[in-house]
Design a protein around this ligand. Structure first.
Ligand code: NAD
Ligand code: MG
Length: 392
């Protein structure tokens, strides 16, 4: 199998390369991409000898070109946003791991779908922003789409093989989407105003990039995942129940009408869903330790606290509003999270910014990628205005 990894220097990208390195007989890396991390991408090029490497940043790409030339590597270095799309549609790569963070992942991932690639989808923002456009492209080209987000990978595994997008027709009553509740599940509400970026990024169970770590702390991550599940499994907001499960061992469940509930369990390590996606429909070693149930010993489940985590309600609300609302939610969230990480706004202002933007912008229908991109741009401007107001 020949693979392009979009976002190879990130948390998911590194875990993907870890699994790939365990199976040199099965997988070949055709292209690696990153934002600006020339040094790390160079080390990956040395190890995996891709045909192409892309850096979004031109200066970083020039630096990488020099390093690659001095080392005598055969990797061709490209740069810019168009190059990300180019390596997503290469005829010599059959599989694309979509692991860029945020809206930047949309266009290259969509290009891969239009080209009929097998897509391992970690970039949930693609589905949140442009679910119908992306799913139409997947269907039109006959792409195989495999969810890498651990919850969606679990649901995919617990649904019947070849699931056709009809929950009721397959005897499914509900999807139960588990959530750890993040680092502030039990923090006294009075202390939540002073949460620092460092505290928000210290997730109890998962090691992840900074943006998704903050999303986990606000539970926006779960909100985005509800929308992601809607598009992947053709499930309505009412079909999806969030279940707080602090141990992060049960990765999600599917409840059937006969009372059966099927779950997928495992240690919280993204190499499991990544290996599942890479080898599908077979199974391969991922390097993840076997789950020790005796060590886990206890598993807890509870209902989500919507008052503590308003981002979760905002996401359900955006899903119900449909059209451009989820793209607006996503863009406002990205801007608010960046402002929080930059110490411009406090933690509790993240949902306030998003809510104000959702209230300010009318919901429009989405017929094309352009509709999504203009809603995204408008929401970013509106979010910046909200933040300026808060900073004053
Ligand atoms: P990360 O921040 O660790 O890595 C992001 C990658 O994208 C890096 O390689 C970076 O160079 C690249 N990138 C960033 N901005 C870019 C831009 N503007 N253009 C091109 N490339 C850019 O993020 P991550 O934690 O690996 O998450 C990646 C995606 O996977 C996100 O959508 C996240 O929601 C999803 N995801 C992550 C996890 C996890 O455990 N980390 C779990 C489930 C889903
Ligand atoms: Mg997840």
């Amino acid at each position: 199998m020949n693979i392009t990894i979009l976002g190879s220097t990130g948390s998911i990208g590194a875990s993907t390369l870890d699994v790939v390195a365990r199976h040199p007989d099965k997988f070949r890396i055709i292209a690696l991409t990153a934002n600006s991390q020339a040094e790390l991408l160079f080390r990956q090029c040395r190890q995996f000898k891709p045909r192409y490497a892309v850096l979004l940043d031109e200066d970083a790409a020039a630096q990488l070109r020099l390093m690659v030339r001095e080392d005598g590597l055969n990797t061709e270095i490209l740069s810019g946003a168009k190059a990300l799309e180019q390596v997503s549609v290469l005829p010599e790569a059959d599989t694309v791991m979509a692991a860029i963070v945020g809206a930047a992942g949309l266009q290259p991932t969509l290009a891969a779908a239009r080209a009929g690639k097998k897509i391992l989808l970690a970039n949930k923002e693609t589905l949140v922003m442009a679910g119908n456009v992306f799913m139409d492209a997947v269907r039109a080209s006959g792409s195989v789409l495999l969810p890498i987000d651990s919850e969606h990978n679990a649901i995919f595994q617990a649904l019947p093989r070849g699931y056709d997008g009809n929950l009721a027709g397959n005897g499914v009553r509900r999807i139960l989407l588990t959530a750890s509740g993040g680092p502030f599940r039990d923090t006294p509400l009075g202390e939540m105003q002073n949460i620092t970026p460092e505290q928000a990024c210290a997730h109890p169970n998962w090691v992840m990039g900074r943006k998704i770590s903050v999303d986990s702390a606000t539970m926006m991550n779960k909100g985005l995942e509800v929308i992601e599940a809607h598009w992947l499994f053709n499930a309505s907001a009412d079909d999806i129940q969030v279940v707080v499960h602090p141990q992060s061992v049960v990765h999600s469940l599917v409840e059937y009408v006969d009372g059966s509930v099927l779950a997928q369990l495992g240690n919280p390590d993204m190499r499991t869903p990544i290996a599942y996606g890479l080898a599908y429909p077979e199974r391969i070693d991922s390097g993840v330790a076997p789950l020790d149930l005796f060590k886990v010993a206890t598993m807890n489940f509870s209902a989500p606290d919507f008052a503590r985590f308003p981002c979760l309600s905002l996401a359900y609300q955006a899903l119900r509003s449909a059209g451009t609302a989820p793209a607006v939610l996503n863009a406002a969230n990205e801007v608010a999270v960046a402002a929080f990480l930059d110490k411009q706004i406090p933690f509790l202002s993240i949902p306030r910014v998003i809510e104000a933007v959702l209230d300010a912008l009318p919901v429009k229908a989405v017929g094309s990628l352009e509709d999504v991109l203009s809603a995204d741009a408008e929401a970013r401007r509106a979010a910046q205005r909200q933040i300026q107001r808060l900073v004053k």
